[in-house]
Design a protein around this ligand. Sequence first.
Ligand SMILES: Cc1cc2nc3c(=O)[nH]c(=O)nc-3n(C[C@H](O)[C@H](O)[C@H](O)COP(=O)(O)OP(=O)(O)OC[C@H]3O[C@@H](n4cnc5c(N)ncnc54)[C@H](O)[C@@H]3O)c2cc1C
Length: 419
Amino acid sequence: MKVLVLGAGLLGVTSAYFLRQQGHEVTVIDRQASAAAETSFANGGQISVSHAEPWANPGAPLKVLKWLGKEEAPLLFRVRADMHQWLWGLQFLRECTPARTRWNIAQIVRLGTYSRDTLQALRAATGLHYDQRTQGILHFYTSAKEFEGAEAPAAQMRALGCDRRVISADEAVRIEPALAHIRPRLAGATYTAEDESGDANQFARELVSRCEADGVRFLMSHTVTALREAGGTVDHVEATDTDGRFQRIRADAYVLAMGSLSPLYAKPLGIELPIYPAKGYSVTMAVRDESKAHQVSLTDDEYKLVFSRLGNRLRIAGTAELNGYDRDLNRVRCEAIVKRAEELFLGAGDAENAQFWTGLRPATPSNVPIIGRSKLPNLYLNTGHGTLGWTHACGSGKSIAYIVSGKKPEVDFAFTGIA
Ligand SMILES: Cc1cc2nc3c(=O)[nH]c(=O)nc-3n(C[C@H](O)[C@H](O)[C@H](O)COP(=O)(O)OP(=O)(O)OC[C@H]3O[C@@H](n4cnc5c(N)ncnc54)[C@H](O)[C@@H]3O)c2cc1C
């Protein structure tokens, strides 16, 4: 079957790889000159099955209200005259009940565990290198109250098969000696030994090379302008090529993987995707002093920041701002991240030459991605991966390849359009 994958971010590239593995003739189209150049460019690097608590949870509405208008808030809702944003906000509130939260966590953990296994198998099969580390993820707490609150979600994750252990501050320092500097302030931590980290952008680009060697075509610098329907199916994709000429591209099946832009292209087909862009920041610094730099991937609970070690670079990422599609750099946010990194690991990184980046997470109100069939029989969805698109990429890509091929996916997950 001829399959056209729309978008060459992490989700598009992994879809293409697994579709090719299923024997399809695959083409990928993307508006950028290279793959993973948008949200998949400089994320936090964590393969974090343990990071499964959705933004929407029973405590969220109060926190979000408290953070309104605070520039340094981890989750900042900038209220706009934007119906799409308001509807998303209402749906978010609906996901905050205890029952919805539990259900969402179960989906996120099941897909996460499957995805991490799929990534490991892919790595074993291809030998890809992307500054990966398999030293687990350590989530540390500086507030005793928040640490106490970590027990219940950690227990829920263990019950779902993700071995997130609650550990003492001393054990946390044994696992990551760079935390010794802040030992007096540590209340405790959780540690998930099976979690991983790595450079998502490098991974995607390496995987593109494998796909190309295997016959996948990449139409880069081609912008999709519309998906055209005829007789209840997608007839063709309309796109402009590198010279701006309009082209019609036809396939038997289409996989929509355009990240936070996906809803704009689905809407004219009568498909409402509850995806809203949630801007995040990352800072990348070269390691300056190895003795002070962390090795293990970390999550700083107080500031909601993640820290990954990517070769000789330190990557720090976090914050979420719901404010439409602008990717502007807010200096207050950048400085807050650098300041926190310096406070934790003073002198570890070259803060003066830090590189800043923003990306738009394709966020759903539940944090559960949208994977599966759409109401048009030849249009498939692999989008809305929000905070965990790197963690969920391989599992989602393999699952959509199975669904397109008419096979049952290997993981128990709430796929769309599948009974
Ligand atoms: C600050 C930050 C930190 C993060 N940290 C982590 C982490 O530690 N772990 C984790 O698991 N996840 C993390 N994420 C989330 C993860 O990066 C995203 O979920 C993931 O990159 C989304 O991938 P995607 O393929 O859906 O979207 P994208 O990577 O945005 O891909 C969509 C593609 O579609 C293309 N496209 C869009 N419109 C068009 C058009 N009209 N025509 C042609 N092409 C088009 C774009 O060029 C792009 O290449 C983080 C995100 C951010 C912002």
